[in-house]
Design a binder for this molecule. Sequence first.
Ligand code: NAP
Ligand code: ZN
Length: 349
Amino acid sequence: MKKSIAYAAYEPNKPLGPFEFERREVGATDIQIDILYCGVCHSDIHQARNEWGNAKYPMVPGHEIVGRITHVGTGVKGFNVGDLAGVGCMVDSCGVCPDCQADLEQFCESTVFTYNSHDQHTGQNTYGGYSDHVVVDQRFVLHVSEKLELAAVAPLLCAGITTYSPLRHWKIKKGDRVGIVGLGGLGHMGVKLAHAMGAHVVLFTTSPDKSADAKRLGASEVVISKHADEMAKMAGSLDFILNTVAAPHDLDQFMALLKRDGTMCLVGVPDGPHPSPNIANLIFKRRQLAGSLIGGIKETQEMLDFCAEHNITSDIELIPVQKINEAYERMLKSDVKYRFVIDMQSLKR
Ligand code: NAP
Ligand code: ZN
């Protein structure tokens, strides 16, 4: 076992603080990564504060991990010491069920999430990326391009794949009219990726001050979702909507914007239910309301390669780990452009 230093949540209502624990030794198929940067996802807040009711403390959040490989097990293929590497939301799965066989490990009944999950190797909790290093089976390690700014790549490991996967699943192509709801960590990646796929992107925001940015990021149109007249003009005009909002809200106002046979895919996981949608909104235009969970490892690599090819990274604000509690408060006020990323060297201060 090897000592790791980290930041952890100890209780739902207390600030995160320093924490030490032990990681397992590098096994035959394991890779050890020195963590350089870790993105801060809204899921970290939901879980650190036990908003999903499944928190295990102490909890070391963080599932947008990038760093350099320091050790590889004897059975590791395709990764070498010194390579850049990434780890996202998952660190293990059964490998044999139909979901795993279909490269959709996120839907496996035995998926082990990067933190706040049960680690079969140690019998303890899994601990995430707000830490100095991580040991992960090679099946769940991603190759990261040397070409892109590394700190800005970290958010691709969750925000990137969570928006890329539904855009691909619903076959977004050149000319499709795609709505993105919410311009936060996920939303701003959704705008960039849908734009890169050739879509006409309409961004829906509750924050009027984000309008100019949304256009810079790739939106062709921006709608302030609180303004009924602007919403009415969009009625029946969109092929697909990706809804990234992290709080319960009225879904009907967005369902009404879909064309016949259009789909709205939810990726936000609020702490409570949305008001019930009006079923007539679905029936009369054969519209669909759907959901999506991150993406499989194969598709995550495809997304990272797509981003390297198209020069896409996240817009980030780099913080030392000591500012994490302030960062959480600012995210709750939608005050981040557009992802906090922790510089993990700050742990050693
Ligand atoms: P974030 O950076 O905080 O962004 C959320 C955005 O939602 C905000 O920037 C804001 O955008 C909008 N918003 C917030 N509160 C709102 C409200 N009351 N009404 C309307 N809009 C509101 O969060 P994130 O990291 O992108 O995560 C978003 C959600 O996705 C979270 O619930 C997270 O847990 C979930 N998530 C799901 C998956 C998955 O696999 N399905 C993966 C990762 C994260 P505007 O200021 O533009 O309105
Ligand atoms: Zn996440």
